[in-house]
Ligand binder design. Structure first.
Ligand code: C2E
Ligand code: MG
Ligand code: MG
Length: 245
């Protein structure tokens, strides 16, 4: 029982409303203390443990969301990060749909985030799997967009709904015109191709104002709220207090 989930709320940047949250897994070891996902996720992928961890995450999200739908009514949509290994499991779709059914969750209430770097491998097979998930009603987002090796040519093959702009372009450690221009181009590309644009890692009011001026639709970041434990996330989703726009 060393895994737990935190949730980071996601906002509509034009209205300031909370639209849901992203689930982020954490590991608390009694011996080592807190282990960051950037440390244990790669290990879990290497050892295949990611399949079980990933299933645990989906199950826990569905159970939290089912409870929130009872207590809050419309808590919004919850995003879950997926590893390619998990996605490639032969029975992935069956196991996902079983978990959804068990908790009474509609696929439209969930968004899967898949990192751009993993999408590039065996694109034909990936397109097939994503099409099955999309036909089921799930929303799909490409995470860390702009950092992988993706070819723009398959953006029109993939049934994705949203591009998440990597935070290195949103809140770069050394801001410069290039980072800014890349972020602006991703928002432009999204708007022109009919994807939702989501900015991650918004940390300052200046970054928020800039993204809003670009008409970037959604955003997350420490400026609004860090990832928080489930009970606190429930409170944020219930209050649905818009940020000052
Ligand atoms: P990600 O999905 O791109 O998640 C965003 C990361 O940015 C999170 O780090 C979050 O805590 C952090 N973050 C959010 N807002 C800000 C901000 O304003 N400034 C800064 N500097 N950082 C911010 P975290 O939780 O350490 O997760 C790291 C990565 O681990 C995630 O990146 C995701 O790729 C992976 N991950 C997390 N949970 C899962 C999971 O359940 N399954 C899988 N397969 N991967 C996961
Ligand atoms: Mg993510
Ligand atoms: Mg990301």
């Amino acid at each position: 029982d060393e895994l737990l989930l935190e949730y980071q709320p996601k906002y509509d940047l034009s209205t300031g409303q909370v639209t849901g949250a992203e689930a982020l897994v954490r590991c608390h070891s009694p011996d080592i203390g807190r282990i960051q996902p950037s440390d244990f996720i790669p290990l879990a992928e290497e050892t295949n443990l990611i399949v079980e961890i990933g299933e645990w995450v989906i199950d826990r999200v569905c159970s939290d969301l089912a409870r929130w739908q009872d207590t809050i009514g419309s808590p919004g949509r919850i995003a879950i990060n997926l590893s390619l290994k998990q996605l490639r499991q032969r029975n992935f779709f069956n196991s996902v749909s079983k978990i959804f059914q068990r908790h009474g969750i509609k696929p439209t209430d969930i968004e899967f985030e898949i990192t751009e770097s993993t999408l590039a491998e065996d694109i034909g097979r990936t397109v097939q799997i994503l099409e099955t998930l999309s036909a089921y009603g799930l929303q799909l987002a490409i995470d860390d967009f702009g950092t992988g090796y993706s070819s723009l040519s398959y953006l029109h093959q993939l049934p994705v709904n949203a591009l998440k702009i990597d935070r290195s372009f949103v809140s770069p450690s050394q801001p410069n015109l290039r980072n800014q221009t890349i972020a602006e181009s991703i928002v432009g590309l999204s708007n022109l191709l009919g994807f939702h644009a989501i900015a991650e890692g918004i940390e300052t009011p200046q970054q928020l104002a800039w993204l809003r001026s670009l008409q970037c639709e959604y955003g997350q970041g420490f400026l609004f709220a860090p990832p928080v434990p489930a009970a606190q996330a429930e409170q944020l989703l219930r209050d649905n207090r818009p940020f000052d726009v």
